[in-house]
Write a protein that binds this ligand. Structure first.
Ligand code: AMP
Length: 211
């Protein structure tokens, strides 16, 4: 049986962290459109970076193309978790034409907490590991240095105040309406990573993953 899930939540909600953990547990493909876009190269990267760095959504046709390529090239025989896609109803309609989605997990946190967490986000410039200086479980041992490879920790270019505000606005206007489009399970994201994960696992069990 194949299981296809969507994880949504405002930036800083921890949706990426949770998507990764759950995908590993069940051997599902973890597909983050944000990561796919960040890893582009050449002239396409320049175009996409402008949207990303100002907190805007990248045009649907670009994201859809990249996502379709990824789904075609990956053998996701157990299913997948889409992390950060779809972001609006147009993307959801296109997605529904190519795959069946079993459930959407909405990781919910307040605006104040989002701003605090995003300000604390860091990533390793060498091995891309993510950290947060305000979250005990993923705080680097030494400030500015990656625990795993010793690489320098940086802030994402799009984690600036203006872009954060813009992204929150877009999230409530375009992405939140999707909660009515799919079978959605709401998860309280203002708990420890472990507890949030526990709640997601309980919900997956109830969805019949273990049957
Ligand atoms: P994320 O890593 O999910 O926080 O995404 C970072 C940025 O990538 C977003 O602010 C958008 O600019 C872009 N992005 C990621 N996913 C999508 C999507 N499904 N549609 C449009 N833009 C996206």
């Amino acid at each position: 049986m194949v299981h296809n899930y969507i994880f949504v939540g405002p930036q800083g909600s921890g949706k990426g962290t949770q998507a990764k953990i759950v995908a590993e547990k069940f051997n599902l493909c973890h597909i983050s459109t944000g990561d796919l876009l960040r890893n582009l190269s050449g002239s396409m990267k320049e175009k996409v970076d402008e949207y990303m760095n100002s907190g805007q959504l990248v045009p649907d046709c670009i994201v859809l193309n990249i996502l379709k390529q990824k789904l075609d090239s990956n053998n996701c025989e157990n299913g997948f978790i889409l992390d950060g896609f779809p972001r609006n109803i147009g993307q959801a309609n296109e997605l529904d034409k190519i795959v069946k989605i079993d459930a959407m997990f909405s990781i919910e946190v307040s605006n104040e907490e989002v701003v605090r967490r995003i300000n604390g986000r860091r990533f390793c410039s060498k091995c891309t590991t993510n950290y947060n200086i305000y979250v005990q479980e993923i705080k680097p041992k030494k400030e500015g240095v990656c625990d795993k490879c010793g690489g320098k920790l940086l802030k994402r270019d799009d984690d600036n105040e203006e872009a954060i505000k813009k992204r929150l606005e877009i999230y409530f206007k375009d992405t939140q309406p999707l909660l009515r489009h799919y079978n959605t399970i709401r998860i309280n994201g203002e708990q420890t990573i472990e507890k949030v994960n526990e709640d997601i696992m309980k919900a997956i069990k109830m969805l019949g993953f273990f049957r």
